[in-house]
Ligand binder design. Sequence first.
Ligand SMILES: Nc1ncnc2c1ncn2[C@@H]1O[C@H](COP(=O)(O)OP(=O)(O)OP(=O)(O)O)[C@@H](O)[C@H]1O
Length: 253
Amino acid sequence: MPLLEVRQLSKVFGGVKAVQNVSFSIDAGIVYSVIGPNGAGKTTLFNLITGVYTPSEGEIVLDGENLAGKSPNELARRGVARTFQNLQVCMNMSALENVMVGAHLRLDRNLIKAALRFPGLVGRDRQLRAEAAELMDFVGLEKYVGARADCMPYGALKRLEIARALAMKPRLLFLDEPAAGLNPKETLEVDELVRKVADSGVTVVLVEHDMKMVMNLSDRILVLDYGKKLAEGTGEEVRRNPDVIAAYLGAHA
Ligand SMILES: Nc1ncnc2c1ncn2[C@@H]1O[C@H](COP(=O)(O)OP(=O)(O)OP(=O)(O)O)[C@@H](O)[C@H]1O
């Protein structure tokens, strides 16, 4: 049985069909990428699966349970974590505290309650602190363990988001453009990190415009165009698909 099964998923905003009847499944342990031209519906699809949007139609089945319409918090407790296209780091907290927020989201039923309780928990919970420091080490941010978030460079903040998502101990991690805005060296580092995360047993779903990174990392690729599924398969299959070449890769060839 696949870890995630998306069935006939649709999202309509007013008159815009952002996602139309999209179905696919993701096996545990793979890197699965979603690509497509600007406006193809990638972010909307992410927002649907991670509970930010409620689907207009369709099912999102994780381990046999339909999660369509559940909140991001409920999904987090079922092992679904994500990062965002635009950084969502709390700049008035330390790097370590940002990572600890991920653990609190995992542990607490109520997101607001978690935020309110946070100052008290910082002092008490040594274990979460150690866990967060370990994750910072895992993503290559060991030198920023004592840093304030607002003193960190952009590339490091992108990795900090990944550490925070990992603190939720996800089974399924959604990365929305983890290499956006990074230089080639930083992109390569994120590429290596995503591989490391996948090797640690977390199933990764990636939206990324950097085709080299997508082709390097992905076990399977879903191609969206105008909200519809255009193709799905291995990198090689997708690259050779005439519809994909015409609609998307052709523009880069
Ligand atoms: N909240 C919203 N309200 C109205 N329309 C929306 C909303 N979000 C997305 N759309 C529309 O849905 C379509 C898909 O947008 P989406 O952002 O999902 O595409 P994308 O593939 O992620 O694009 P990009 O690569 O530029 O990030 C677009 O036509 C967009 O304008």
